[in-house]
Design a protein around this ligand. Structure first.
Ligand SMILES: [Zn+2]
Length: 497
């Protein structure tokens, strides 16, 4: 962590309440604010003084709260890794239901979600020639197994998936395709989108060229010797399914070095040969659950501010940053609002989605059931627990001032107002694909997220409680003010593809 939570230089001048005052006084808004003569009505005044005061109070409570951290500690300790369809899956659902009920939400319930489950049994990979090395490898989610005795073949090395896509030769046939690549470390995690195609589509591209298996460089920004798992897919209409795995980035470096550096004595590239043994089990038509909690709105109970994270995780770590954090941040924010003792105008709905990781099934189920319901705002937390630095939206331009006003309220947390291209998070993708809804993203600092994402290193110790609570504070203000706004937020017009 090298960033200050409280970046006062970014604080808009029309916001006189600094976080110091928030922390020491709940009466921040009573402080006189000298309005410039003839200036337009500042956006912050789009909310009532009482609602702004409660937002400030909620932020101050969040900064001191231990709830979010305790929730992640409890979930990762008592349930641990919880892939959809695993033995831990119903334990996670029961954990969520029990905690939400104990916190006193108006309504807590679950809804069944149909899934296809997948489970890894074992993964082994060795570089056989030119130099024997045992590799740190993991199967990609949904991968079929190799034969029980494994398979061994020469490697066809590709610098990235585009190089594989462009290959019209027979080079991959009968070989193990290795897909290398790069993943740029950025604050917004924007390198993930371009990089992840190798994981998702690599088996299809290699399979249709006759490869026996595909192995990729882990989709991660770290140099730890821990492979990153994650979902991949097959398309039977395009290519036969082949086993798919990822090696750690240092192992990928080893393969790259040998595959691209001519041997000193021969001046030739030495052929690489890999052995691979993956054993996995797929089970179709199981049931997991979405878990819901609501604070019922008084004035507009059918108008929803929908927030949440995904309850499932991959199996290698304990799912602390992905997505115990999102679960805990949104539950804790809603609980702080619940404790205001004043019912919001609109209903605040916390959704803990099932099977985000391996199919977005809970998200699709939610969209199907609630897609026609009016959403005032939909926003998921699913990028870890490091601090929020920007509020992005995707709303009609006429609604933007109400979101800008929220950005002004959370500015003392070091958060600026962003663009109007937010996704709202993966689990609200199906909802907004189906029909337009207003969405927001509290963009988290993802600089170190993809070091840990989908690895055995996704554990509780990676959670920084101070940054976690900064998230909760931002969520409290955004959710509360969205629920209270005198304006029904309007969705951005659908983009024509
Ligand atoms: Zn996630």
């Amino acid at each position: 962590m090298n960033t200050s939570l409280f970046d006062f230089q970014r604080t808009p001048i029309n916001l006189v309440v600094s976080l110091v005052l928030v922390l020491t006084s709940f009466a921040g808004l009573a402080i006189a604010q000298p309005a410039p003569v003839q200036a337009p009505r500042p956006p912050i005044e789009l909310y009532s003084a009482q609602d702004l005061g409660l937002a400030q109070q909620g932020m101050a409570t969040a900064i001191k709260s231990e709830l979010a951290y305790e929730l992640i500690a409890s979930l990762t300790t008592e349930v641990g890794p919880r892939p959809a369809g695993s033995e831990a899956d119903p334990k996670a659902v029961a954990w969520a239901e029990a905690h939400l009920k104990a916190l006193g939400f108006d309504r807590v319930w679950t809804e069944p979600v149909q899934i296809d489950a997948w489970r890894r049994i074992a993964a082994h990979a060795d570089l056989v020639t030119p130099y024997p090395h045992h590799l740190a490898v993991t199967a990609l989610g949904n991968s079929i197994s190799t034969p029980a005795t494994g398979l061994q073949a020469d490697v066809a090395y590709y610098a990235n998936i585009d190089a594989l896509r462009k290959d019209t030769s027979d080079r991959a046939r009968g070989r193990i395709v290795f897909i290398d690549g790069t993943f740029a470390r950025t604050q917004d995690g924007g390198g993930y989108g371009p990089a992840v195609s190798a994981r998702v589509n690599g088996a299809i591209e290699a399979g249709k060229r006759g490869a026996l298996a595909v192995v990729i460089r882990s989709i991660g920004t770290d140099q730890d010797r821990l492979p990153h798992t994650g979902a991949m897919r097959y398309d039977a209409a395009i290519a036969p399914p082949i086993p798919a795995a990822a090696v750690s980035t240092p192992d990928a470096d080893l393969i790259r070095r040998i595959a691209t550096t001519p041997d000193r004595s021969t001046g030739q590239l030495a052929p690489l040969r890999l052995s691979l043994n993956l054993q996995n089990v797929a089970t179709r038509n199981l049931t997991t659950h979405n878990v819901y909690a609501e604070i019922r709105g008084q004035a507009k109970p059918d108008d929803i501010v929908a927030i949440g994270g995904h309850l499932d995780s991959w199996d290698l770590g304990t799912g602390a940053i992905d997505d115990g954090a999102g679960v805990a941040i949104t539950i804790a924010a809603a609980k702080i609002i619940l404790d205001f003792g004043i019912r919001p105008k609109r209903t605040i709905r916390v959704i803990l989605f099932g099977n985000e990781e391996n199919g977005l099934d809970g998200a699709r189920s939610y969209a199907k059931k609630y897609g026609q319901q009016r959403h005032q705002l939909a926003s998921e937390s699913d990028l870890g627990a490091d601090r929020v630095y920007r509020l992005h939206t995707r709303v009609d331009e006429k609604t933007r001032p109400w979101l800008k006003a929220i950005a002004d309220v959370i500015a003392p947390l070091g958060i600026t107002f962003g663009d109007n291209n937010a996704t709202g998070g993966p689990d609200f993708g199906p909802l907004t694909n189906q029909q337009d809804h207003p969405v927001a993203t509290l963009a988290q600092d993802a600089t170190r997220y993809f070091d840990i994402h989908h690895t055995a290193n996704d554990t509780l110790d990676k959670i920084n409680p101070t940054q976690l609570n900064q998230n909760v504070a931002a969520w409290v203000a955004m959710v509360w003010l969205a629920a209270q706004a005198d304006h029904d937020f309007k969705p951005a017009p659908r983009k024509t593809p």
